[in-house]
Ligand binder design. Structure first.
Ligand code: SF4
Ligand code: SF4
Length: 482
């Protein structure tokens, strides 16, 4: 179990304040002393944070299902066609040759996540993670729809099978399956494109057995995760969640219980009789609503996905008792304990600098990215030919050009160094299809008297009608010096 408070004194002082000790850190909240899973029946969340999250989730879910169908200039918003090695991001085509862009983008994303997490904790988990969105905003809602709130769910589970239980459970499982099937199909659309998707779903499964098995497998996987595995995906599987223990520090902002204000916690009727009471009325509303089954009053814990449900629940209680909202709120441990404000720590500044450098490199690379990827290699097995009675020397080259755009284009080759030579294409003029690959041979001829012994460096310019696309360096072979 993680403990993000690195200072032993802080731990001790927190224990004093909570009176809770650290026993809760010895076990995951959803596992009992015998190692059996404790099924979580969270109360329906409600409140301003939940409403805001519901809007964000609705937008993201609609975006997820519609993105494969959204086209920019006729090209997919997002396409990850690994099998055909075709990729499109925001309508811009990318090729396997662009792997370096993905590497830089991936490293930038990791650094951004580190930076974001150090500052804002698990904000991503609560507001944007697909697991949380589908679990809490889609599948959980379906469950409430069919089975009602937590007490009704418990009753339904323990009662014998009758018609009521059958249609409620059956309806829920069927709806889960339909949603999981829709998610799996949408993933397929991301991988094969909408044309490939329509082709596969309109044909018989036997004609597209791979796609059929893939969709069914993913449907089963999503069904398993959202119907049964649930919060364990965050607690046990998610690598990002596992990293929290080393990323968060006492200045990271997260869903936090204000123990200074809340303690001594006690029921309201008891609080009336003492001066020692804090604002927490020990009603357990924050615990009952938690989808990971934890008590946030124990401090930041591995299981907390920052879903804000406890913030809403506690605000409702505070309203009821005419106390200020925010007993559980977005705050860092230091903000609660010492009343400090957010500050840029050296670690945050370090991540910011690294991130700024990476983004600058990435943007520069994107701006300088050529529309074509050119490879020029001397034809294997060929050395050189003497022509014009040995006054000039000829080398044969193989040209390979990848067109990274959606437009066909004519290509021109020009020998820019040494300028006294010439290029002769073998065959017709060069023309490359949209997203096509062109392979062609060509000769370079140079006067013998300008050659270096054995190897002369040359530069060839590749252009289309709009201008120069790339300049490629290679070597020209000639006879050894006499
Ligand atoms: S909801 Fe608020 S008042 Fe109730 S137990 Fe939780 S922190 Fe205390
Ligand atoms: S502790 Fe609060 S924010 Fe964290 S998972 Fe539970 S309800 Fe969500």
């Amino acid at each position: 179990m993680i403990n993000i408070v690195t200072d032993q004194n802080d731990n001790e002082s927190r224990d004093e304040v909570h009176g809770a000790g650290e026993a809760f850190r010895q076990r995951i909240a959803t596992v009992d002393a015998q190692g059996q899973r404790k099924w979580v029946y969270p109360k329906k969340p409600a409140g301003r944070y939940h409403r805001a999250r519901a809007w964000v989730a609705a937008f993201l879910v609609v975006l997820f299902f519609s993105a494969p169908w959204i086209k920019i200039n006729g090209h997919p918003l997002l396409l990850v066609n690994i099998l055909d090695r075709r990729f499109s991001i925001l309508g811009v085509p990318f090729w396997p040759q662009d792997a370096i862009y993905f590497v830089i983008a991936f490293i930038s994303l990791v650094v951004f996540l580190l930076l974001f997490t150090v500052i804002w904790g698990r904000l991503w988990c609560g507001w944007a993670c697909p697991q949380t969105i589908f679990m809490e905003m889609v599948f959980r809602k379906i469950e409430y729809l069919f089975e009602g709130g937590p007490s009704k769910q418990r009753r339904l589970k323990s009662k014998p099978w009758d018609f009521d239980k059958l249609w409620r459970k059956g309806g829920k499982w069927l709806t889960f399956f339909v949603v999981a099937f829709a998610v799996a199909n949408t993933f397929m659309a991301y991988f094969v494109g909408t044309d490939g998707f329509l082709e596969r779903i309109s044909g018989s499964p036997g004609d597209h057995m791979g796609a059929f098995i893939g969709v069914l497998s993913f449907t089963g996987l999503f069904y398993f995760i959202f119907a049964w595995f649930r919060e364990q995906a965050c607690t046990l599987l998610c690598p990002y969640a596992r990293l929290q223990g080393v990323l968060l520090d006492n200045d990271s902002v997260a869903v936090t219980y204000d123990f200074n204000r809340g303690e001594e916690r006690m029921p309201a009727n008891k609080a009336k009789k003492t001066q020692l009471s804090g604002d927490c009325v020990d009603c357990f509303s924050c615990v009952k609503v938690c989808p990971t089954g934890i008590d946030i009053r124990n401090g930041i814990q591995l299981e907390c996905i920052n879903c804000t449900a406890c913030m809403d629940a506690c605000d409702t209680v505070m309203d009821k008792y005419n106390r200020p909202r925010g007993l559980i709120r977005y705050a860092s441990y230091n903000m609660v304990k010492n009343g400090t404000r957010f500050r840029f720590t050296p670690r945050v500044i370090g991540y910011l600098v690294i991130f700024a450098i990476l983004i600058s490199v990435f943007v520069t690379m994107l701006v300088l990215r050529s529309d074509v990827e050119t490879t020029i290699l001397r034809t294997p097995g060929q050395l050189f030919q003497e022509v014009d009675d040995g006054a000039t020397i000829q080398n044969l080259y193989n040209l390979k050009v990848v067109n990274k755009t959606y437009e066909p284009m004519p290509l021109h080759l020009k020998l820019v160094e040494p300028a006294s030579g010439k290029i002769q294409i073998v065959g017709t003029d060069l023309r490359i299809d949209a997203e096509g690959i062109l392979e062609q041979a060509f000769f370079v001829t140079l006067p013998r008297d300008i050659l270096d012994p054995l190897k002369t460096p040359i530069r060839i310019e590749i252009s289309n009608d709009d201008g120069v696309l790339e300049t490629v360096k290679t070597n020209f072979m000639g006879p050894a010096a006499p």
